[in-house]
Design a protein around this ligand. Sequence first.
Ligand code: PNS
Length: 166
Amino acid sequence: MTAQPPSRIVAIYPGSFDPITNGHLDLISRGSKLADRLIVAVLQNQRKQSLFTVAERVEMLTEVVRPYPNVEVGSFHGLLVDYVAARGANFILRGIRAISDYEYELQIAHMNRLLSPGVETVFLMAAEAYSFVSSQLVKEVASLGGNVSGLVPPLVEEHLRSRVAK
Ligand code: PNS
């Protein structure tokens, strides 16, 4: 009997990341320790109004994940499970901040399992310190001149400042 090579964990962490917050970054950091390869994937969604273009989001993400050698950044359109298959991944990573996230995440996870039964969704609980942080709130606070330092990486803070100043 020949020994089977150990199976590699390739995980996709999908999202809008408009923009990436420290909550996302915490999840990337923890997810990178669980997966052999972690691909952070920005959804190209024409129906959703965004502050940053997909290219800008990918650029910011690429910069902030630089310290993690097994993390890469991509973007996708269409079905997430198709992107998962195209990248040879076997897991989807998502974060849950509070019980209010749970129902939405449960629906997505069930739908994705129906579409692609071999792909598991793995959830990590968001760090307590970031349990209230969302891209939406960060954008609102920044657009009203509030301080978002500590909630997003410094590079994102700079981009937010110059974008809302326009
Ligand atoms: O950060 P978000 O906006 O909550 O992320 C949502 C995301 C990207 C995970 C979800 O909208 C998604 O996977 N969209 C791709 C389209 C798809 O596969 N839909 C069917 C499963 S819900």
